[in-house]
Structure formats: C-alpha cells, structure tokens
Ligand binder design. Structure first.
Ligand code: IMP
Length: 180
C-alpha cells in the first residue's frame, strides 16, 4: 500500500535494496585488506548506513555526525552547523561518508573540508541519491546509488518536516502534502 501523501514511487524497496547490495560489494572490493569507518550524516542517512554496513564484508566501524540543513522547508539554506561531532578520531583512518542525498552539495562540501583537516588516510563519499542538476559546488562522490530528477523526494530516511522517513521506498510527495 502506497502512502496517501505520495504521488509516485520513484524507487521501489526492491530497487533500493538491490542497489545497496551492489554498493556494498563494490566498497568491499575497494577496501579489501583494510577496515573502513562509515560516517553517516544524521538523520536522513541512518537507514542507509544500517543496510549498507550489513552488505560490506571488510571490518566496519560506525560513527555519526549531525549538521543543520533543511529545517522543514524544501530549499537548501547553504547554512551548515555541526550539531553533533564524531566520537572517533579519524586521523590515519579510511573514512567513508554516508549520505542520503546530494543536492546542491553545500552541506557535504563544508563537511568534507572539515573532515579533511583531521588528516584521515582516505576520505570518500557514498550517497544513495544524487540530484546532479542541482549541484552548486563540485563534489567528488565515489559511489552513487541513483541519479534522481530534481523533485523533492521522501522515504528511506528522507523526510519532509520529519515525516515519511520510515517508508521503505523513495517517493515523490504530492504538492498537497507540503502546501497548506
Ligand atoms: P545540499 O546541501 O543541498 O546538498 O543538501 C543536502 C541535504 O538536504 C540532504 O542531506 C537532505 O537532508 C536534504 N535534502 C535535499 N534534497 C532533499 C529531498 O529531495 N528530500 C529530502 N531531503 C532533501
């Protein structure tokens, strides 16, 4: 059953899960013989990191950061504030940042600069979704799950006003759900 606020399903649960398995296999090959510290950006990437970690076969550690981004609007503010920092030291570690969606890239650009200054052995990014057309700053993202069109999407961790994160698929919201 599709949620009544969802106009269309962009990526089904099966499509999302099978792509995550592929990403996990690719990451496992690339990090063969090493361990990887997965760093998720809360809260959107929480579901993705949980599934991805289980599809990676090399040793994995998890850490979390929270930054301010959208509030409850659908436009990127470009204002980034660290609300919760990492618990781990990342110097000389292989760090893989796990993102839910890469939009303008402003959030990630700030984050990568901040993490790079802590001198990790390597620093890469995996994002489940990417809105290539919206990019305002160039970002090197080694692993991309899906390129998606410029529509506001929810589900599988992504929210609108903190709702819809628990949908197992990625869907486009009906305008009536965000226009009062
Ligand atoms: P950026 O700084 O514009 O790249 O924004 C990245 C953040 O904005 C993501 O981590 C999401 O939290 C949020 N975001 C961007 N696009 C969407 C969307 O379509 N649905 C839900 N959240 C989004």
């Amino acid at each position: 059953m599709i949620h009544p606020d969802i106009e269309s399903v962009l990526l089904s649960e099966e499509e999302v899960q099978s792509r995550i398995r592929e990403l996990g296999a690719e990451i496992s090959r690339d990090y063969e013989g090493r361990s990887v510290l997965l760093v998720a950006v809360l809260r959107g990437a929480a579901l993705f990191i949980a599934d991805l970690a289980r599809d990676i076969t090399v040793p994995v550690e998890l850490d979390f950061m929270a930054v301010s981004s959208y509030g409850s609007s659908t436009k990127s503010s470009g204002v980034v504030r660290i609300l919760k920092d990492l618990d781990e030291q990342i110097e000389d570690r292989d760090v893989l940042v796990v993102e839910d969606i890469l939009d303008t890239g402003l959030t990630l650009k700030y984050l990568l600069k901040n993490l790079a200054s802590r001198k990790p052995a390597s620093l890469e990014v995996v994002t489940l979704l990417s809105k290539e057309g919206k990019r305002r700053v160039p970002i090197t993202c080694k692993y991309v799950g899906f390129d998606v069109p410029d529509e506001f999407v929810v589900g599988y961790g992504l929210d609108f006003a903190e709702k819809y994160r628990n949908l197992p698929y990625i869907g486009v919201l009906k305008p009536s759900a965000y226009q009062d």
